[in-house]
Design a protein. Structure first.
Length: 202
């Protein structure tokens, strides 16, 4: 684990520790939502990469500008940021795909839309709405199709007020192991605001 990799883990955990705002109309904070999602992944027997994706799936809300219901393209923002930090492609693609999973489920499961929170319903339209048949078929062919749906299921359930469980200190070694295995020389430093905007095509 290099000094720079350790700094990147410090940066991520600080972002999460400071995420004490309400989670967009839910009775939990953004930090509580992240911790609950990661706990549900562990409870389901997920491996460390999936647990990492569960913990960081909404990191895009914390590093990109958003409104009262968050950042509609937070999935893309978070994936670009994590890729730049050196996270592996499976984690990056899972983070990128959790909104696609919502669009897929609203297209294929008539009851799913009714179970979404009001904020999630509002952002759905900004995120492209339910998938078309062609989009849904393409999504089903994704090698990570099932895993993206699993992540989405934990995401939806991770909104439990009063929940107690492991804090960020439990997940730090997992983040360190992942970055230690996957970091690339060109992705060993935190991206600047300018380079981050370039990643998003802004």
């Amino acid at each position: 684990m290099t000094i720079m990799n350790n700094h990147n883990v410090d940066h991520l955990t600080t972002l999460l520790e400071e995420a004490q705002d309400e989670y967009f109309g839910e009775a939990v904070t953004q930090l509580e939502h992240a911790l609950q999602c990661a706990h549900l992944a562990r409870e389901a027997g997920a491996d460390e990469e999936m647990v990492t994706a569960a913990l960081l799936h909404d990191i895009g809300h914390l590093i990109a500008e958003g409104g009262e219901i968050g950042t509609p393209d937070h999935d893309r923002a978070g994936a670009a940021y994590l890729s730049q930090l050196g996270f592996g492609q499976r984690v990056v693609q899972l983070v990128s795909g959790h909104v696609e999973a919502k669009r897929y489920l609203t297209a294929t499961n008539p009851d799913y839309y009714d179970r979404l929170s009001e904020a999630s319903k509002q952002t759905l339209a900004q995120q492209g709405g339910p998938m078309s048949q062609a989009e849904a078929e393409a999504f089903e062919a994704d090698p990570l199709f099932v895993e993206k749906l699993r992540l989405r299921s934990w995401d939806e359930r991770a909104k439990m007020p009063g929940w107690t469980g492991d804090g960020l200190s439990y997940y730090r070694p997992i983040l360190e192991r992942h970055l230690g295995h996957n970091v690339r020389p060109e992705s060993s430093r935190l991206p600047s605001v300018i380079s981050f905007k370039r990643l998003l095509g802004r």
